[in-house]
Write a protein that binds this ligand. Sequence first.
Ligand SMILES: Nc1ncnc2c1ncn2[C@@H]1O[C@H](COP(=O)(O)OP(=O)(O)OP(=O)(O)O)[C@@H](O)[C@H]1O
Ligand code: SF4
Ligand SMILES: [Mg+2]
Length: 422
Amino acid sequence: MTATAPVPAAVAAPARRRPPDNRLLSVEDLVVRFRTHEGAVHAVNGVSFELERGEALGLVGESGCGKSVTNLAIMRLLPKPAGRIEGGRVVFDGIDLVTLSEADMRDLRGKEIAMIFQDPMTSLNPVLTIEEQMVETIRAHRKASRAEARKRAIELLVMVGIPRPETRLKSYPHQFSGGMRQRVMIAMALALEPKLMIADEPTTALDVTIQAQVLELLRDLAEDRDTSLILITHDLGVVAGMTQRISVMYAGYIVETATTAELFENPSHPYTVGLLHSIPRLDEERAEALLPIEGTPPDQRRAPRGCPFAPRCAWRLEECWTDNPPLAPIDGSGRVITTGPDATHRIACHNPPTAEEAIAGRPLREGFVAAPPPDAVIQELVTRGAEEEPALLDEVVLMGPEGPESTAPSAGGLPIEPDDKP
Ligand SMILES: Nc1ncnc2c1ncn2[C@@H]1O[C@H](COP(=O)(O)OP(=O)(O)OP(=O)(O)O)[C@@H](O)[C@H]1O
Ligand code: SF4
Ligand SMILES: [Mg+2]
């Protein structure tokens, strides 16, 4: 009797402990820092979210809020050696990705999780034809002859709407338009039939009509194949028709999460309210002009203290400067559903806007004034010096000890000079 040869550790499938429900991904309290010459950048500060099989989640927020870093951490593609996962777990289909070996992770990337980036030129090889790249990708992950892989490549190009695919396979990436290159990228991602696709600003470089076409294509293909999707964008308008749920990020935190319909109907965090007032809504006749959120996101080289949105928030209370609230259900209940159509609407806020205030974009309470920073916070900023924190110091000076001079209808609530109004 011949004994079965033990499977070498390097090729043994990673141990999976599949959750009993439909969950595909659990990100638990993820912390990512970058070590730089100027100190640690607090890029992601304890982010948790979950995703079901076939579910589409939008990750939204201004530039620098940690959307890409969160997803690069999931993919274990953080720039080395500066970027490090310093806490938390990422469990994908029963496997803990944070502790997975590099070899297993490489195998999983592409095969089970695919990422589509903003600029396809960074992911496509400019000196190889589309055929060479697609055939190579397909054959790297599944047993197929060159002819079978070529046939599959043609099917995929048809699926993403590339005309004359046999001819186009011979082209180099630069011979495609931006929209067509993005379609090729989607075809390459689909080639591997991943369980999860992460699309990071996949259409930002494209014009608006092409943007809509590529996004719809991505959504339909994901739906047809029961593929989960994380769509990253700074534009709430983009995720409206594309996702079932949305998580809004600010300064490395999730500050609001809800089903897409609920988030648009009942935005409850001052930052989300600000974002909604800064984008055109097709479903509403808006009398007022669009209002950008005043101020800028915090410098993430500073360790988080208090609510990160406090300097820009018209609803802030004194405690907001020193106490960062956790993400909690808006109805105050303890029961939390993290995925699916019944997902609990949660926010991280001490003083949420009322429904009327969300519509107005500013506090309507009689005599309410956003709390000025307490002396300790001013002192800390002054000590650190205007050079290091010019933006924050400016805001403090602008507000003066009495707080904002006016609460103009922006989520920032900071004074807007009449000339600056759009
Ligand atoms: N290689 C790096 N070194 C140092 N800091 C970094 C690095 N990459 C990202 N960061 C910092 O991490 C934070 C989060 O960045 P991230 O790229 O995730 O933002 P984002 O939400 O994707 O923004 P955008 O919409 O501009 O793509 C930012 O403060 C950024 O400056
Ligand atoms: S009210 Fe306070 S906790 Fe809520 S967003 Fe504003 S500053 Fe942050
Ligand atoms: Mg990004």
